[in-house]
Design a protein around this ligand. Structure first.
Ligand code: PMP
Length: 428
Protein backbone atom coordinates (compact mmCIF):
# COMPACT_ATOMS: atom_id res chain seq x y z
CA UNK A 1 0.00 0.00 0.00
CA UNK A 2 1.13 3.51 -0.72
CA UNK A 3 0.91 6.38 1.68
CA UNK A 4 2.33 9.12 -0.50
CA UNK A 5 -0.33 11.72 0.07
CA UNK A 6 -0.50 10.98 3.79
CA UNK A 7 3.26 11.55 3.97
CA UNK A 8 2.96 14.86 2.16
CA UNK A 9 0.09 15.98 4.35
CA UNK A 10 2.08 15.04 7.44
CA UNK A 11 4.97 17.27 6.33
CA UNK A 12 2.57 20.20 5.90
CA UNK A 13 0.79 19.48 9.18
CA UNK A 14 4.10 19.44 11.06
CA UNK A 15 4.79 23.03 10.01
CA UNK A 16 1.73 24.38 11.79
CA UNK A 17 0.63 21.76 14.33
CA UNK A 18 3.03 20.39 17.00
CA UNK A 19 4.05 16.93 15.81
CA UNK A 20 1.49 17.26 13.03
CA UNK A 21 -1.33 15.99 15.24
CA UNK A 22 -3.90 17.26 17.70
CA UNK A 23 -3.50 14.26 20.01
CA UNK A 24 -0.09 12.59 20.49
CA UNK A 25 -0.74 8.86 19.90
CA UNK A 26 -1.95 9.66 16.38
CA UNK A 27 1.61 10.56 15.40
CA UNK A 28 2.76 6.89 15.25
CA UNK A 29 5.64 7.70 17.59
CA UNK A 30 5.37 4.30 19.27
CA UNK A 31 5.48 2.35 16.01
CA UNK A 32 7.41 4.63 13.66
CA UNK A 33 6.38 5.67 10.17
CA UNK A 34 3.93 8.24 8.93
CA UNK A 35 0.40 8.56 10.27
CA UNK A 36 -2.39 7.79 7.84
CA UNK A 37 -4.59 10.76 7.01
CA UNK A 38 -8.26 9.85 6.99
CA UNK A 39 -10.50 11.11 4.24
CA UNK A 40 -13.77 9.42 5.00
CA UNK A 41 -15.23 6.37 6.65
CA UNK A 42 -18.30 4.21 6.41
CA UNK A 43 -19.28 1.22 8.53
CA UNK A 44 -16.20 -0.82 9.43
CA UNK A 45 -13.96 0.85 6.85
CA UNK A 46 -11.72 3.87 6.75
CA UNK A 47 -10.65 5.43 3.45
CA UNK A 48 -7.42 7.39 3.54
CA UNK A 49 -6.10 10.25 1.44
CA UNK A 50 -4.24 7.84 -0.85
CA UNK A 51 -7.41 5.92 -1.64
CA UNK A 52 -6.57 2.90 0.52
CA UNK A 53 -9.34 1.08 2.33
CA UNK A 54 -8.58 -0.01 5.88
CA UNK A 55 -10.60 -2.25 8.18
CA UNK A 56 -10.85 -0.17 11.32
CA UNK A 57 -10.15 -1.68 14.73
CA UNK A 58 -9.79 1.66 16.50
CA UNK A 59 -13.06 3.26 15.60
CA UNK A 60 -12.08 6.74 16.65
CA UNK A 61 -10.74 5.20 19.88
CA UNK A 62 -14.13 3.83 20.82
CA UNK A 63 -17.11 5.98 19.86
CA UNK A 64 -18.04 4.33 16.55
CA UNK A 65 -19.45 1.19 18.14
CA UNK A 66 -22.09 0.89 15.40
CA UNK A 67 -19.69 1.80 12.60
CA UNK A 68 -18.66 5.03 10.92
CA UNK A 69 -21.21 7.44 9.52
CA UNK A 70 -24.03 5.55 11.22
CA UNK A 71 -27.03 6.95 9.45
CA UNK A 72 -29.44 7.78 12.30
CA UNK A 73 -26.66 9.73 14.03
CA UNK A 74 -25.59 11.54 10.87
CA UNK A 75 -29.17 12.46 10.03
CA UNK A 76 -29.84 13.73 13.54
CA UNK A 77 -26.76 15.97 13.34
CA UNK A 78 -27.80 17.35 9.94
CA UNK A 79 -31.35 18.11 11.06
CA UNK A 80 -30.18 19.81 14.24
CA UNK A 81 -27.51 21.85 12.49
CA UNK A 82 -30.11 23.44 10.24
CA UNK A 83 -31.79 24.85 13.34
CA UNK A 84 -28.77 26.41 15.00
CA UNK A 85 -25.54 24.92 16.28
CA UNK A 86 -25.24 26.40 19.77
CA UNK A 87 -27.50 28.42 22.04
CA UNK A 88 -25.87 28.63 25.45
CA UNK A 89 -29.37 28.01 26.80
CA UNK A 90 -31.01 24.83 28.04
CA UNK A 91 -32.70 22.62 25.46
CA UNK A 92 -35.25 19.82 25.79
CA UNK A 93 -32.77 17.53 24.03
CA UNK A 94 -30.41 17.66 27.02
CA UNK A 95 -33.14 16.36 29.31
CA UNK A 96 -34.01 13.62 26.83
CA UNK A 97 -30.49 12.24 26.61
CA UNK A 98 -30.05 12.62 30.38
CA UNK A 99 -33.27 10.67 30.99
CA UNK A 100 -32.20 7.91 28.65
CA UNK A 101 -28.67 7.66 30.09
CA UNK A 102 -29.99 7.57 33.65
CA UNK A 103 -32.45 4.83 32.68
CA UNK A 104 -29.71 2.69 31.10
CA UNK A 105 -27.02 2.99 33.77
CA UNK A 106 -27.49 1.57 37.28
CA UNK A 107 -27.14 3.65 40.41
CA UNK A 108 -27.18 7.15 38.91
CA UNK A 109 -29.89 9.77 39.36
CA UNK A 110 -28.41 12.77 37.61
CA UNK A 111 -25.86 13.34 34.88
CA UNK A 112 -23.98 16.41 33.66
CA UNK A 113 -22.66 16.69 30.12
CA UNK A 114 -19.25 18.12 29.26
CA UNK A 115 -17.13 18.09 26.11
CA UNK A 116 -14.57 15.32 26.62
CA UNK A 117 -13.59 12.40 28.80
CA UNK A 118 -10.85 14.57 30.27
CA UNK A 119 -13.39 17.10 31.48
CA UNK A 120 -15.61 14.36 32.85
CA UNK A 121 -12.83 12.84 34.99
CA UNK A 122 -11.42 16.19 36.04
CA UNK A 123 -14.86 17.32 37.19
CA UNK A 124 -15.63 14.00 38.89
CA UNK A 125 -12.51 14.34 41.01
CA UNK A 126 -13.34 17.90 41.99
CA UNK A 127 -16.84 16.80 42.93
CA UNK A 128 -15.48 13.91 45.00
CA UNK A 129 -13.08 16.24 46.81
CA UNK A 130 -15.78 18.81 47.46
CA UNK A 131 -18.24 16.19 48.64
CA UNK A 132 -15.86 14.37 50.99
CA UNK A 133 -13.87 17.48 51.98
CA UNK A 134 -10.66 15.53 51.43
CA UNK A 135 -7.82 16.19 48.98
CA UNK A 136 -6.10 12.95 48.04
CA UNK A 137 -7.08 10.50 45.34
CA UNK A 138 -5.87 7.05 44.40
CA UNK A 139 -5.26 6.24 40.77
CA UNK A 140 -3.75 3.11 39.28
CA UNK A 141 -0.49 3.07 37.38
CA UNK A 142 -1.15 2.64 33.69
CA UNK A 143 -4.70 3.96 33.88
CA UNK A 144 -5.45 7.07 31.85
CA UNK A 145 -8.15 9.50 32.85
CA UNK A 146 -7.50 12.32 30.43
CA UNK A 147 -4.82 14.97 30.52
CA UNK A 148 -5.83 17.10 33.49
CA UNK A 149 -3.04 17.72 36.00
CA UNK A 150 -4.08 15.31 38.77
CA UNK A 151 -3.91 12.33 36.44
CA UNK A 152 -0.55 12.86 34.73
CA UNK A 153 1.32 11.16 37.49
CA UNK A 154 3.84 8.37 36.88
CA UNK A 155 4.26 5.27 38.97
CA UNK A 156 6.83 5.46 41.71
CA UNK A 157 8.49 2.22 42.76
CA UNK A 158 6.56 -0.47 44.58
CA UNK A 159 4.13 0.80 47.18
CA UNK A 160 4.87 4.40 46.36
CA UNK A 161 3.03 6.87 48.45
CA UNK A 162 3.31 10.18 46.69
CA UNK A 163 3.17 10.57 42.95
CA UNK A 164 5.64 12.52 40.88
CA UNK A 165 4.51 14.46 37.83
CA UNK A 166 5.41 12.84 34.51
CA UNK A 167 4.72 15.88 32.42
CA UNK A 168 6.47 19.20 32.91
CA UNK A 169 3.81 21.71 33.84
CA UNK A 170 2.19 19.49 36.44
CA UNK A 171 3.25 20.92 39.78
CA UNK A 172 4.58 18.84 42.63
CA UNK A 173 1.83 20.33 44.75
CA UNK A 174 -0.76 18.73 42.50
CA UNK A 175 1.14 15.47 42.17
CA UNK A 176 1.43 14.92 45.90
CA UNK A 177 -2.33 14.51 46.20
CA UNK A 178 -2.39 11.68 43.67
CA UNK A 179 -1.50 8.37 45.28
CA UNK A 180 -0.56 5.49 43.02
CA UNK A 181 -1.49 1.86 43.32
CA UNK A 182 -0.83 -1.14 41.11
CA UNK A 183 -3.84 -2.29 39.10
CA UNK A 184 -5.43 -5.44 40.51
CA UNK A 185 -3.48 -5.14 43.78
CA UNK A 186 -5.98 -4.69 46.61
CA UNK A 187 -3.31 -4.92 49.34
CA UNK A 188 -1.59 -1.93 47.77
CA UNK A 189 -4.85 0.02 47.98
CA UNK A 190 -5.45 -1.00 51.58
CA UNK A 191 -1.94 0.10 52.55
CA UNK A 192 -2.55 3.53 51.02
CA UNK A 193 -5.75 3.94 53.03
CA UNK A 194 -3.89 2.85 56.14
CA UNK A 195 -1.13 5.40 55.55
CA UNK A 196 -3.53 8.23 54.67
CA UNK A 197 -6.35 7.87 57.18
CA UNK A 198 -9.34 10.14 56.50
CA UNK A 199 -7.47 11.92 53.72
CA UNK A 200 -8.52 10.01 50.62
CA UNK A 201 -11.47 11.47 48.75
CA UNK A 202 -11.77 8.85 46.05
CA UNK A 203 -10.39 5.99 44.07
CA UNK A 204 -10.62 6.49 40.32
CA UNK A 205 -10.28 3.43 38.12
CA UNK A 206 -10.88 2.18 34.62
CA UNK A 207 -13.02 -0.83 35.64
CA UNK A 208 -11.56 -2.60 32.62
CA UNK A 209 -8.28 -0.92 31.81
CA UNK A 210 -7.82 -0.01 28.17
CA UNK A 211 -4.85 2.33 28.31
CA UNK A 212 -2.14 -0.25 28.95
CA UNK A 213 -3.64 -2.57 26.42
CA UNK A 214 -6.77 -4.28 27.63
CA UNK A 215 -6.48 -5.46 31.23
CA UNK A 216 -9.49 -6.94 32.97
CA UNK A 217 -9.99 -6.60 36.71
CA UNK A 218 -9.15 -9.88 38.48
CA UNK A 219 -12.08 -11.60 40.15
CA UNK A 220 -13.16 -9.76 43.27
CA UNK A 221 -10.94 -6.70 42.73
CA UNK A 222 -13.69 -4.19 41.93
CA UNK A 223 -15.84 -5.63 44.71
CA UNK A 224 -12.97 -5.19 47.16
CA UNK A 225 -12.46 -1.58 46.05
CA UNK A 226 -16.14 -0.98 46.74
CA UNK A 227 -15.76 -2.32 50.27
CA UNK A 228 -12.55 -0.38 50.99
CA UNK A 229 -14.14 2.87 49.80
CA UNK A 230 -17.28 2.35 51.86
CA UNK A 231 -15.29 1.46 54.97
CA UNK A 232 -13.16 4.57 54.63
CA UNK A 233 -15.74 7.15 53.58
CA UNK A 234 -14.14 7.55 50.15
CA UNK A 235 -15.97 7.58 46.83
CA UNK A 236 -15.44 4.97 44.13
CA UNK A 237 -15.21 6.58 40.70
CA UNK A 238 -15.55 4.36 37.67
CA UNK A 239 -14.00 5.96 34.63
CA UNK A 240 -16.26 4.36 32.05
CA UNK A 241 -15.09 6.57 29.19
CA UNK A 242 -14.14 3.37 27.32
CA UNK A 243 -16.43 0.82 28.96
CA UNK A 244 -19.60 2.90 29.22
CA UNK A 245 -22.32 1.87 26.74
CA UNK A 246 -19.77 -0.59 25.29
CA UNK A 247 -19.56 -3.57 27.64
CA UNK A 248 -23.24 -3.46 28.54
CA UNK A 249 -26.04 -0.89 28.57
CA UNK A 250 -25.02 -0.07 32.11
CA UNK A 251 -21.30 -0.43 31.41
CA UNK A 252 -18.90 -2.12 33.83
CA UNK A 253 -21.17 -1.44 36.78
CA UNK A 254 -23.74 -3.72 35.18
CA UNK A 255 -21.25 -6.27 33.84
CA UNK A 256 -19.52 -6.80 37.19
CA UNK A 257 -22.44 -5.95 39.47
CA UNK A 258 -20.39 -3.39 41.38
CA UNK A 259 -21.81 0.03 42.25
CA UNK A 260 -19.67 3.09 41.75
CA UNK A 261 -20.37 6.43 43.44
CA UNK A 262 -19.50 8.56 40.42
CA UNK A 263 -19.31 7.35 36.82
CA UNK A 264 -17.50 9.14 33.99
CA UNK A 265 -18.42 8.80 30.34
CA UNK A 266 -17.03 9.82 26.97
CA UNK A 267 -16.60 8.25 23.54
CA UNK A 268 -19.80 6.21 22.79
CA UNK A 269 -22.07 8.61 24.70
CA UNK A 270 -21.33 11.31 22.11
CA UNK A 271 -21.92 9.18 19.04
CA UNK A 272 -18.63 10.51 17.61
CA UNK A 273 -19.06 14.15 18.58
CA UNK A 274 -17.08 15.77 21.42
CA UNK A 275 -19.01 14.70 24.51
CA UNK A 276 -18.20 13.55 28.01
CA UNK A 277 -20.41 13.23 31.06
CA UNK A 278 -20.30 12.38 34.73
CA UNK A 279 -23.10 11.02 36.82
CA UNK A 280 -23.92 9.95 40.37
CA UNK A 281 -26.66 9.63 42.92
CA UNK A 282 -28.68 12.77 43.58
CA UNK A 283 -27.05 13.66 46.91
CA UNK A 284 -23.63 13.77 45.24
CA UNK A 285 -24.68 15.51 42.02
CA UNK A 286 -26.57 18.18 43.99
CA UNK A 287 -23.19 19.29 45.28
CA UNK A 288 -22.55 20.82 41.86
CA UNK A 289 -23.17 24.45 40.94
CA UNK A 290 -25.72 25.98 40.68
CA UNK A 291 -27.25 23.81 43.45
CA UNK A 292 -24.09 23.25 45.44
CA UNK A 293 -20.63 24.69 46.05
CA UNK A 294 -18.53 22.68 43.56
CA UNK A 295 -18.09 24.73 40.40
CA UNK A 296 -18.12 23.28 36.92
CA UNK A 297 -19.32 24.82 33.66
CA UNK A 298 -18.97 24.91 29.85
CA UNK A 299 -19.92 27.30 27.03
CA UNK A 300 -20.55 24.42 24.63
CA UNK A 301 -21.61 21.79 27.18
CA UNK A 302 -24.85 20.13 26.11
CA UNK A 303 -24.28 21.40 22.58
CA UNK A 304 -27.31 20.52 20.42
CA UNK A 305 -25.36 18.73 17.67
CA UNK A 306 -23.45 16.67 20.21
CA UNK A 307 -26.57 15.86 22.19
CA UNK A 308 -28.48 14.89 19.05
CA UNK A 309 -25.68 12.52 18.04
CA UNK A 310 -25.42 11.05 21.53
CA UNK A 311 -29.16 10.61 21.90
CA UNK A 312 -29.43 8.70 18.61
CA UNK A 313 -26.52 6.50 19.59
CA UNK A 314 -27.95 5.67 23.02
CA UNK A 315 -31.40 5.09 21.53
CA UNK A 316 -29.94 2.61 19.05
CA UNK A 317 -28.02 0.75 21.77
CA UNK A 318 -31.02 0.76 24.10
CA UNK A 319 -33.39 -0.56 21.45
CA UNK A 320 -31.14 -3.42 20.31
CA UNK A 321 -31.49 -6.15 22.90
CA UNK A 322 -28.75 -8.17 21.25
CA UNK A 323 -26.04 -5.62 20.58
CA UNK A 324 -23.69 -6.31 23.46
CA UNK A 325 -24.01 -10.07 23.05
CA UNK A 326 -23.35 -9.73 19.32
CA UNK A 327 -20.26 -7.61 19.93
CA UNK A 328 -19.01 -10.09 22.51
CA UNK A 329 -19.50 -12.97 20.06
CA UNK A 330 -17.75 -11.20 17.21
CA UNK A 331 -14.83 -10.29 19.41
CA UNK A 332 -14.63 -13.82 20.85
CA UNK A 333 -14.51 -15.12 17.27
CA UNK A 334 -11.68 -12.73 16.49
CA UNK A 335 -9.88 -13.71 19.69
CA UNK A 336 -10.07 -17.42 18.88
CA UNK A 337 -8.92 -16.82 15.33
CA UNK A 338 -5.94 -14.74 16.42
CA UNK A 339 -5.07 -17.23 19.14
CA UNK A 340 -5.06 -20.13 16.68
CA UNK A 341 -2.93 -18.48 14.02
CA UNK A 342 -0.40 -17.10 16.50
CA UNK A 343 -0.02 -20.54 18.08
CA UNK A 344 0.32 -22.13 14.62
CA UNK A 345 3.08 -19.68 13.76
CA UNK A 346 4.85 -20.08 17.10
CA UNK A 347 4.43 -16.48 18.24
CA UNK A 348 4.67 -15.78 21.97
CA UNK A 349 1.64 -13.80 23.11
CA UNK A 350 -1.10 -13.15 25.64
CA UNK A 351 -4.56 -11.98 24.59
CA UNK A 352 -6.74 -10.05 27.00
CA UNK A 353 -10.37 -9.43 26.23
CA UNK A 354 -13.55 -8.20 27.86
CA UNK A 355 -16.56 -7.95 25.53
CA UNK A 356 -15.56 -5.84 22.54
CA UNK A 357 -12.27 -4.62 24.06
CA UNK A 358 -9.32 -6.80 23.13
CA UNK A 359 -5.56 -6.55 22.84
CA UNK A 360 -2.63 -8.75 21.95
CA UNK A 361 0.39 -8.50 24.25
CA UNK A 362 3.61 -9.98 22.90
CA UNK A 363 4.62 -11.69 26.11
CA UNK A 364 3.96 -15.23 27.29
CA UNK A 365 3.04 -14.28 30.85
CA UNK A 366 -0.27 -13.01 32.15
CA UNK A 367 -0.73 -9.24 31.78
CA UNK A 368 -2.63 -7.87 34.77
CA UNK A 369 -1.06 -4.49 35.59
CA UNK A 370 1.22 -1.78 34.19
CA UNK A 371 4.44 -3.59 35.10
CA UNK A 372 3.39 -6.77 33.29
CA UNK A 373 2.03 -4.75 30.36
CA UNK A 374 5.47 -3.19 29.95
CA UNK A 375 7.03 -6.65 29.51
CA UNK A 376 5.52 -6.91 26.04
CA UNK A 377 7.98 -7.04 23.15
CA UNK A 378 7.59 -3.68 21.45
CA UNK A 379 9.67 -4.58 18.41
CA UNK A 380 7.33 -7.45 17.67
CA UNK A 381 4.38 -5.13 18.15
CA UNK A 382 5.81 -2.64 15.66
CA UNK A 383 6.24 -5.36 13.04
CA UNK A 384 2.75 -6.65 13.77
CA UNK A 385 1.26 -3.17 13.44
CA UNK A 386 2.99 -2.31 10.15
CA UNK A 387 2.41 -5.78 8.73
CA UNK A 388 -1.31 -5.36 9.31
CA UNK A 389 -1.40 -1.78 8.10
CA UNK A 390 0.25 -2.81 4.84
CA UNK A 391 -2.48 -5.39 4.43
CA UNK A 392 -5.32 -2.93 5.01
CA UNK A 393 -5.96 -3.48 8.70
CA UNK A 394 -5.76 -0.57 11.09
CA UNK A 395 -5.12 -1.29 14.77
CA UNK A 396 -4.05 1.24 17.38
CA UNK A 397 -0.50 2.48 16.73
CA UNK A 398 0.66 1.57 20.24
CA UNK A 399 0.98 -1.61 22.25
CA UNK A 400 -0.63 0.24 25.15
CA UNK A 401 -4.03 0.62 23.56
CA UNK A 402 -7.00 -1.67 23.32
CA UNK A 403 -8.77 -2.45 20.06
CA UNK A 404 -12.43 -1.42 19.86
CA UNK A 405 -14.65 -3.77 17.89
CA UNK A 406 -17.55 -2.29 15.96
CA UNK A 407 -20.81 -4.03 15.15
CA UNK A 408 -20.32 -2.96 11.53
CA UNK A 409 -17.65 -5.66 11.17
CA UNK A 410 -18.88 -8.76 9.35
CA UNK A 411 -17.62 -12.29 9.93
CA UNK A 412 -16.04 -11.97 6.47
CA UNK A 413 -14.08 -8.97 7.71
CA UNK A 414 -13.01 -10.95 10.75
CA UNK A 415 -11.93 -13.95 8.64
CA UNK A 416 -9.99 -11.64 6.33
CA UNK A 417 -8.30 -10.06 9.37
CA UNK A 418 -7.38 -13.43 10.88
CA UNK A 419 -5.93 -14.58 7.55
CA UNK A 420 -3.81 -11.42 7.35
CA UNK A 421 -2.67 -11.87 10.95
CA UNK A 422 -1.48 -15.35 9.97
CA UNK A 423 0.55 -13.85 7.11
CA UNK A 424 2.06 -11.24 9.41
CA UNK A 425 2.76 -13.83 12.14
CA UNK A 426 4.95 -15.75 9.68
CA UNK A 427 7.18 -12.69 9.46
CA UNK A 428 7.47 -12.01 13.20
N1 PMP B 1 -10.64 8.14 30.47
C1 PMP B 1 -10.36 7.07 29.73
C2 PMP B 1 -10.53 5.70 30.31
C3 PMP B 1 -9.91 7.22 28.42
O1 PMP B 1 -9.60 6.14 27.69
C4 PMP B 1 -9.77 8.53 27.89
C5 PMP B 1 -9.30 8.78 26.48
N2 PMP B 1 -8.88 7.73 25.76
C6 PMP B 1 -10.10 9.61 28.71
C7 PMP B 1 -10.54 9.39 29.99
C8 PMP B 1 -9.99 11.01 28.20
O2 PMP B 1 -10.99 11.25 27.28
P1 PMP B 1 -10.81 12.40 26.17
O3 PMP B 1 -9.70 11.97 25.29
O4 PMP B 1 -12.14 12.46 25.51
O5 PMP B 1 -10.50 13.66 26.89
Amino acid sequence: MLYKRSSELFVEANKVIPGGVNSPVRAFKGVGGTPIFAKEAKGAYLYDEDGNRLIDYINSWGPMILGHAYEPVVNAIIEKAKKGTSFGMPTELETQIAQLAVSMVPNIDKIRFVNSGTEACMSAIRLARGYTKRDKIIKFSGCYHGHSDSFLIAAGSGLSTFGVPNSPGVTEGTAKDTLLAAYNDIDNVRALFEANKNEIAAIIIEPVAGNMGCIPPVKGFLEALRVVCSENGALLIFDEVMTGFRLAKGGAQELYGVQADIVCFGKVIGGGLPVGAFAAREEIMNYLAPLGPVYQAGTLSGNPLAMAAGLEMLKALNADGDIFKRLDEKTAYLENGIRNVLIEEGVVFTINRVGSMISVHFDANPVYDFATAKNGDNDTFKKFFHGLLNRGIYIAPSAYETWFITDALTYEDLDFTIAKIKEVAKEL
